[in-house]
Structures are given as structure tokens and as C-alpha cells.
Design a protein around this ligand. Structure first.
Ligand code: CA
Ligand code: CA
Length: 434
């Protein structure tokens, strides 16, 4: 009854590639742009985005201020229980192509979201450009609001960071993909800022979660939480081939999960307390540098039930002293039930005596071998998502029944199968039906 009451009066508007912003915004006479649709909506309304290619035009940039060009600016909010939805028409794929949007001297933010209680679902962003040769970055989805959901979106084949939570609380990035993004224009052209997903919120930006997301072939990192003032969570996420071009030419940093760090931040400007990020149930495969990386973090990170394979170092816990910038083996980490296979190094820069370290494969007398896994076919990782947007079903890096690694983990409070938890992400990777 409550749900039904909430939908009374909710309106539906339509956007289509052959629409017209002077039209009524109905199914028969759709708008041409999300920007126009936003002027029509109220909390609880839905904007249905029809499939096809939307060629974004430089003349239609919503706002240019200082060094930024916000191409689509969503600054109108929904309300608790009455979000404004911008979603693809069922079974259709809208693709927003930003290739022609090249504002001189400005950073391109394809979608700038300052509103709250918004739900964006089911469309793609391609071709976002960088036009500045000095230190810069462009962004696919730039979140500055709260209680927003980004679902089943992708940012690919551009020069921008995919998804960026700059500030705001209780945002969820769900089942999104960021891939083949490389800024080959600015700086040294290695794309040192182009991450798949980033959380960099200041103090007060709490409760932000990345779930079911994939990042691959981004020129910098897959997931990056550097300089964050609060903790973020990455769970059931996959990061692979980051720091490489699609032909495996080495590019920039190349970490799967850069789970924190305060780089050169002076002691007086460090957040207090230092945030404790959580990375769990996640997969890092063949990233150029580290699979799971503490990145000079001060204090600990929770790394629980992750699987890493073929990274230069599968797990690198490098830390930093809290009262100066001296780099030290990491302290305060919780490393539970993590699996490493075929890394250049399995685990490094870990002060094990100052951490909780249990149930990880590097603590076993024998490391995992190929025969412990159902499949080592990395191509499975880019399979299409399931109908509900969830990660594809794979056999890759799942433990083979009867492997001596089965049930060798420790109980952490998370659900598991069999007599005990398995090390790695096996128990949270969707199983292939083969
Ligand atoms: Ca980065
Ligand atoms: Ca088990």
C-alpha cells in the first residue's frame, strides 16, 4: 500500500535520439536530451531513455564554469522514497557519445550529478575527451550528491575516469563497468589519472559503496580511494588489466584496488580518524602493478575474501608512518581468507605481527596451483552481464571441488558453503552453469 501511494501522480517522460527538446516529452513526442527532461521532472518521476546513439554537441554543454565543462548537469533532487529515475527503456541500450565535445581549456564532466535521491540506470557513456595538456582529468559520472544509485551503467573507450564520488553520502555504484579508458593527451600521455572507479570524498562523505562493478584496461587504476576522508566499500568487484593498453603496453599506475593512501598529505591535514576502507569478495587479475594495494595508507584496511592472480604483487600492504612520511610495512590491516595465485609476489610490505592475518593462501605450506581451479580462462571475465545486471557467471579462479584449498579459510561472519569458508572470492563469484 505504501509503495502504491508513493507512485500516485508519478509522471513518465521520454528521451530519444531523434527527439526534440521543444516537444512534450511523451512516448510519441520525446525530448532529445536528459538535460531538457530534468526541467520537467518532480520527485518520483521517471525519465525513460530510448535506445540508440546520442551524439553530444559542444553547443549543448549545460554549464561551463572555471576549468569545468558539465555537459549534462543533474542538479534537481528526488526525495526519500521518491527518487527521480533516469533509466533505459527496457531491452534498449542508449549510448551517449561525447567524442565531439572538446571545450578548449576545460575538463569534461560528461554527467555532473549534484542532486540527491537520483537513480541512473542502463546507459553507456563513450568517447569522453581530454583537451588540456597539463595536469588534468575528465570524468564520466561525477557524483556530488547523496543517496544516488548508479546502476548498470558503463563508461568505456574514452579518456575519462569512469565513476567518481567526489563528495556525498550513501551513494551506491551497482553493477557498472569502466573499461578501455585512457587519457593519451595530457601530461606524459600515459593516462595517470584515468581510473575506472574513484572515491575521494572528504570528512562526512559516509556510506559509499561499489558493488558488482568491473574495471579493465583503464590506464591508471581499477578502483582508487586515495586521499579519502571517510571509508568506502568495494565488494564483489573485479579489476583486471589496469595500467595496460588493450595490447598490454604498460601505461600508468596499474593497481587493481588502490584502497586508500594519503600520498604526500602533510600530517596536520590528515583526516582524523584515518578511514578504514573495506575490499571484500573481489577479484584482481593481471594488473600492471598490485592487485590489492594499501598505497601508503596510514592504519589498516579490511581485505577479506579476495582473489588475486598474475599481478606484479598480488597483495601489497605498503604503509606510512602517521606522524611523518616514512614508508613502512603496513600495520593494522585485517587480511582474512584472501587467495593469491601466480603473482610476481604473493604478499609484500606486510608487518604481519601488527595485523590480523588469517586464512590466506600465502600462509599455507603450499601455494595454490593451476589444478586447484575450475578454469584459468581470463576471457570469462568480460562475458556479458546477467539479465539482472549482475556479474557474469564464470568458472575462472573458482576452486575445483576436492581442491585442498576448499574449506581452508577462517570464519569471518560472512556466509559460506561446506564445513568452513574457502579462501578467495569463490563463494561470492556467480557460478557458471557449465
Ligand atoms: Ca589512480
Ligand atoms: Ca567452503
Amino acid at each position: 500500500m505504501f509503495l502504491a501511494a508513493c507512485h500516485v501522480g508519478a509522471a513518465e517522460f521520454f528521451v530519444a535520439p531523434d527527439g526534440d527538446d521543444e516537444a512534450a516529452g511523451t512516448r510519441a513526442a520525446p525530448f532529445a536530451s536528459i538535460q531538457r527532461a530534468q526541467r520537467a521532472v518532480a520527485p518520483g518521476d521517471t525519465v525513460v531513455i530510448r535506445g540508440g546513439i546520442y551524439r553530444m554537441r559542444p553547443a549543448r554543454i549545460a554549464r561551463e564554469e572555471r576549468i569545468f565543462a558539465y555537459v549534462t548537469l543533474l542538479d534537481r533532487s528526488g526525495e526519500p522514497g521518491r527518487p527521480i529515475r533516469y533509466r533505459a527503456a527496457p531491452g534498449e541500450t542508449p549510448v551517449f557519445d561525447f567524442t565531439d565535445v572538446r571545450p578548449p581549456g576545460r575538463r569534461v564532466h560528461a554527467f555532473r550529478v549534484t542532486g540527491s535521491w537520483l537513480h541512473l540506470e542502463g546507459f553507456e557513456v563513450i568517447g569522453v575527451q581530454v583537451t588540456i595538456t597539463g595536469h588534468t582529468q575528465s570524468i564520466g559520472f561525477d557524483n556530488q550528491g547523496s543517496h544516488n544509485v548508479y546502476e548498470r551503467l558503463s563508461v568505456h573507450d574514452g579518456m575519462a575516469i569512469g565513476f567518481w564520488i567526489g563528495t556525498g553520502s550513501h551513494n551506491l555504484v551497482l553493477n557498472c563497468d569502466a573499461y578501455r579508458n585512457h587519457d593519451d593527451f595530457s601530461g606524459d600521455r600515459r593516462g595517470g589519472n584515468t581510473d575506472g572507479f574513484g572515491f575521494h570524498g572528504p570528512r562526512g562523505s559516509v556510506g559509499n559503496v561499489f558493488r558488482g562493478c568491473r574495471a579493465w584496461f583503464n590506464s591508471d587504476d581499477g578502483f582508487d580511494f586515495i586521499n579519502a576522508g571517510e571509508a568506502a566499500v568495494a565488494e564483489d568487484c573485479w579489476a583486471f588489466y589496469n595500467g595496460f593498453s588493450p595490447r598490454f603496453a604498460p601505461l600508468a599506475d596499474g593497481n587493481g584496488f588502490k584502497a586508500g593512501g594519503h600520498a604526500g598529505t602533510p600530517v596536520a591535514r590528515l583526516p582524523n580518524p584515518i578511514p578504514r576502507h573495506v575490499v571484500r569478495g573481489s577479484l584482481a587479475v593481471r594488473n600492471k602493478a598490485n592487485g590489492f594495494y594499501a598505497n601508503h595508507h596510514i592504519g589498516g584496511v579490511d581485505f577479506i575474501h579476495n582473489s588475486a592472480a598474475r599481478n606484479r604483487a598480488n597483495y601489497n600492504l605498503l604503509g606510512r608512518e602517521g606522524d611523518n612520511r616514512t614508508l613502512i610495512p603496513g600495520r593494522g590491516h585485517r587480511l582474512l581468507n584472501n587467495l593469491g595465485f601466480a603473482g610476481g609476489t604473493e604478499v609484500t610490505q606486510l608487518d604481519a605481527a601488527a595485523c590480523e592475518v588469517r586464512g590466506n593462501t600465502w600462509q599455507l605450506t603450499e601455494f595454490p596451483v593451476a589444478g586447484d581451479f575450475l578454469s584459468l580462462e581470463e576471457a570469462e571475465l568480460t562475458r556479458p552481464r546477467r539479465a539482472d545486471g549482475g556479474l557474469p557467471e564464470v568458472s575462472f579462479l573458482r576452486l575445483r571441488p576436492g581442491s585442498r584449498l576448499v574449506d581452508r579459510g577462517v570464519e569471518t561472519g560472512h556466509p559460506f558453503r561446506g564445513a568452513a569458508p574457502d579462501p578467495g572470492a569463490s563463494e561470492s563469484i556467480p557460478a557458471a552453469r557449465d
